[in-house]
Unconditional design. Structure first.
Length: 108
């Protein structure tokens, strides 16, 4: 038997306690709607960093600034993707630097 997230546990007399939802799941709980605008915390989670680190990256320009929609700050997921892709371009340059470094003999 498949169990869903419980709102309450109902005893069925067997002592096991079966999970039972008092109302059906909303469609968005079953299949979340993809969103283009993310909150600050969601944007940080999407990138894979803490909200405070995300704030630093926004401040220094490595992550995009939020747009305002009726007083709410939202980050465009496409802009986040572009900013994150730029990090991999920077990493490629850094990798080349380390390759060059490894090819030169150390002087003692």
């Amino acid at each position: 038997m498949r169990k869903s997230c419980p709102e309450s546990i109902a005893e069925d007399g067997s002592g096991r306690g079966e999970y039972k939802r008092s109302k059906p799941l909303a469609l968005s709980e079953i299949r979340p709607v993809p969103r283009r605008g993310l909150s600050r915390i969601e944007a940080a989670m999407y990138i894979g960093i803490s909200p405070s680190k995300f704030d630093e990256l926004v401040e220094d320009g490595r992550m995009p600034k939020a747009i305002r929609l009726d007083g709410r700050k939202l980050w465009d997921i496409r802009e986040l993707d572009a900013a994150f892709d730029a990090f991999s371009d920077e990493a490629d340059l850094a990798d080349d630097t380390w390759k060059d470094f490894g090819q030169q003999p150390l002087k003692r």
